[in-house]
Design a protein around this ligand. Structure first.
Ligand SMILES: Nc1ncnc2c1ncn2[C@@H]1O[C@H](COP(=O)(O)OP(=O)(O)OP(=O)(O)O)[C@@H](O)[C@H]1O
Length: 514
């Protein structure tokens, strides 16, 4: 007998969402209250209107909603969620008079954080705001000097470095960070404070809530919680009047208690194309009167102009079919997803051993150094590389213009993974295709998985058998070379490993002598 999986109850507030589909795109000059300087900045970005999800969020933030509720935004990949939160935050902070860290955006990976920072950087300076990045791209010292302003030393005056904390100020109004580097700054950067934080954005929420990442979330929530019930309220006011430092008084209050008050509670915005409904996960965010904004009735949505195809072949012939498909796609930018970093490396090596395919193919995976990954991503963005073979490092959030095709070399294990992978194409209302290579025994599972995203029938895609036949000889030769390459890589690794071991066994004094 089949045991039915007990479904988790949906939280009451999730049952009455705002449907983003009810909103239409809105020309920039018709967006109510939009700061004209931001209109100019958006125009420079090539944007002439706001997308529906951006209009819907604008309503709940700058419009009548007035940031009174925490927002949970579940809208498809490529629908424009980044600007949906960036624009209202920037508009709201545009009237601030003192610079301090007021908005924090947390993302799971460095490349994603860089991408989001670019969006803020395109609009925030237009209204005099600065944006910082804390991702560990540069040394911690360089990052600190970007984020914290040191007091100007007048000639002849020497400050005690231990005693300058109260003089240190934030150089940024908005910080985009990954959890690890954020925790480094919280724990050890003098002058780094979340005391004045007004906005917290948790992008790719379900991914970020899956791991603790050094307990960044409870730490941020604790550091920003209401300080009205502080044990020493008088001490607080004494300190601020004595030292004249800026103090942010938070209130926790009820739904409509904040209008016109200068220091509201911390507002949270959480987003994903596959937002979790798990009450225990959402509870970690300690949301205030949350409002769910979602697109349509289905929990999982694929982009409107995405076409999904299945390509059936024997497992051992998959590389052959992949090459034939890549040749058909020609120079169109394409991402090929595999199930692991190891198979990404192996597949990319194999493809490059096929002889001249007339397309530049590179690997992008968590196995590589960040600098290498960033370089590859840059070449891909610039069109110098046409095909990226990737592990799931590329699955979420990455926005690369002109990606027309996504290929699942390995079938994704979950519908969420399919949605994020496929979502690297068909972005911003553009058309795109997602091909999945399947063995005939996987077809049923694949169909069942796609039904969860309302995708009932996925047509077959076939490559001509003549293309397959013409590639066979090159395939066999590539397989032979792959064996050699793998063996020489393994022996290089072994050599490097034993050298490293020897080195670490040597006494430090000996090493210095050598
Ligand atoms: N108003 C707009 N007009 C034109 N293009 C836009 C607009 N807003 C966003 N875009 C473009 O749409 C693309 C997708 O935006 P974004 O990366 O924010 O999507 P997303 O919803 O966060 O996707 P994902 O769930 O995959 O992270 C980007 O290339 C962005 O530049």
């Amino acid at each position: 007998m089949e045991v039915k999986k007990r479904s988790t109850p949906i939280l009451p507030w999730m049952r009455s969402p705002v449907d983003v589909n009810q909103f239409e795109a809105c020309a920039l000059n018709l967006v109510p209250c939009l700061d004209p300087r931001l209109e100019v900045a958006l125009d420079k970005m090539g944007f002439s209107s706001l997308f529906p999800v951006q209009v819907a969020v604008w309503q709940e933030t700058i419009g009548p909603g007035a940031f009174e509720r925490d927002l949970c935004i579940n809208s498809p990949t490529g629908s424009g969620k980044t600007l949906a939160y960036a624009l209202p935050i920037v508009q709201k902070l545009s009237t601030r008079s003192v610079k301090c860290l007021r908005a924090l955006v947390v993302l799971p990976t460095r490349d994603l954080a860089l991408q989001v920072k670019e969006v803020f950087a395109a609009i925030a300076p237009a209204v005099g705001l600065s944006v910082g990045l804390a991702v560990g791209q540069s040394s911690i010292a360089d990052e600190i000097s970007e984020l914290i302003k040191r007091p100007k030393l007048e000639a002849g005056i020497c400050y005690d470095p231990e005693n300058v904390t109260c003089e240190l100020q934030s150089s940024v109004d908005i910080l985009v960070a990954t959890p690890g580097r954020l925790m480094d700054h919280i724990n050890s950067t003098k002058g780094f404070t979340l005391e004045h934080l007004c906005y917290l954005v948790v992008d790719e929420t379900d991914r970020l809530l899956r791991e603790a990442y050094q307990s960044w979330l409870p730490t941020v929530l604790q550091l920003t919680q209401s300080n009205e019930e502080s044990l020493f309220p008088l001490a607080n006011s004494f300190l601020s009047s004595t030292f004249g430092s800026l103090k942010t008084i938070r209130r926790c209050g009820v739904e409509r208690g904040f209008k016109g008050k200068s220091h509201p509670r911390l507002v949270k915005m959480v987003l994903s194309a596959t937002l979790t409904q798990d009450p225990s996960k959402l509870a970690q965010l300690n949301l205030h009167h949350p409002l769910l904004m979602t697109t349509g009735k289905r929990r999982y949505q694929l982009p409107e102009k995405l076409e999904s195809y299945k390509l059936i072949c024997e497992s051992n012939l998959r590389p052959l079919y992949l090459v034939a498909l890549l040749q058909e796609l020609g120079e169109e930018k394409c991402i090929v997803f595999t199930s692991s970093t190891e198979s990404t490396h192996r597949l990319c090596t194999l493809l490059n051993l096929f002889g001249d395919l007339g397309i530049k193919i590179k690997e992008y995976s968590g196995l590589q150094r960040q600098s290498r990954r960033s370089k590859t991503l840059k070449s891909f963005r610039e069109g110098k590389v046409q095909v990226l073979v990737s592990s799931d490092a590329m699955t979420r959030g990455m926005d690369v213009q002109g990606v027309r095709n996504v290929i699942n070399y390995d079938i994704p294990a979950y519908i969420k993974t399919y949605i994020h992978r496929a979502g690297r194409t068909a972005r911003a209302g553009q058309a795109g295709r997602c091909f999945t290579l399947l063995h005939k025994y996987e077809v049923k599972r694949f169909k069942k998985m796609l039904q969860k995203a309302d995708n009932e029938s996925v047509p077959h895609y076939s490559v001509p058998s003549s293309s397959i036949e013409s590639l066979r000889a090159a395939y066999n030769s590539a397989l032979g070379k792959l064996k050699e390459t793998v063996e020489s890589e393994a022996s290089r690794k072994r050599k490097f490993g034993s050298k490293f071991l020897k080195l670490s066994r040597t006494k430090p004094t000996d090493r210095r002598k050598g």
